[in-house]
Ligand binder design. Structure first.
Ligand code: SF4
Length: 180
């Protein structure tokens, strides 16, 4: 069986039906509304909404220090309000057709060890064969995009040199100085 068919069969066996509860978009648990996004996704959402990059994306909230005064984080996440994703309004995603990979594939993810399943009230629900196939397809595409993003970040980071007091976001396209 090819990888996509095998994945679709696993998803079908686990079961999933979105209940549209919006829990994956709200801060119902620590960082449960944290949606990582890459430059391509940010640009797509900017194009769809007419908003600017820094309005819709904020630095991923885990920073490291290089011991020379530079703080950095790897990548971006969608901007959040105190209790939800900025795009959740009246329980609905306002950028549904342009939503990021994470939102398209939740509560599933493909890690190095294979399929991961996160907490979700929709698990166990009835999913049609075509939907399971579409989800499997999206999961494989997401994994390829994440692997490419990770490799590009790693390559860029390897070329960077310490340069004093500043705070950076490093992504696949380079780095953005947010302070300093
Ligand atoms: S982009 Fe849409 S689906 Fe994704 S977390 Fe925000 S409101 Fe939810």
């Amino acid at each position: 069986m090819d990888p996509e068919s095998a994945l679709a069969a696993r998803i079908k066996a686990i079961g999933f039906r979105c209940r549209q509860c919006g829990e994956c978009c709200r801060a119902v648990a620590r960082e449960s509304n944290l949606v990582m996004v890459g430059p391509t996704e940010i640009r797509r959402i900017c194009g769809a909404t007419g908003r600017k990059w820094r309005e819709i994306a904020e630095p991923y909230p885990e920073f490291l220090e290089d011991g020379q005064g530079t703080r950095f984080t790897f990548g971006w996440c969608l901007t959040r309000t105190a209790d939800r994703c900025m795009f959740l309004e009246h329980g609905r995603c306002t950028i549904y057709d342009h939503r990021p990979w994470i939102c398209r594939t939740y509560p599933f993810m493909l890690g190095e060890e294979g399929l991961m399943v996160f907490e979700c009230p929709g698990l166990g629900g009835n999913i049609a064969d075509t939907e399971a196939r579409a989800l499997a397809h999206a999961l494989l595409a997401r994994k390829r995009a994440e692997d490419e993003e990770y490799a590009a970040i790693k390559a860029h980071f390897a070329t960077m040199r310490p340069s004093g007091s500043r705070t950076l976001v490093i992504d696949s396209e380079g780095h953005t100085t947010i302070h300093g």
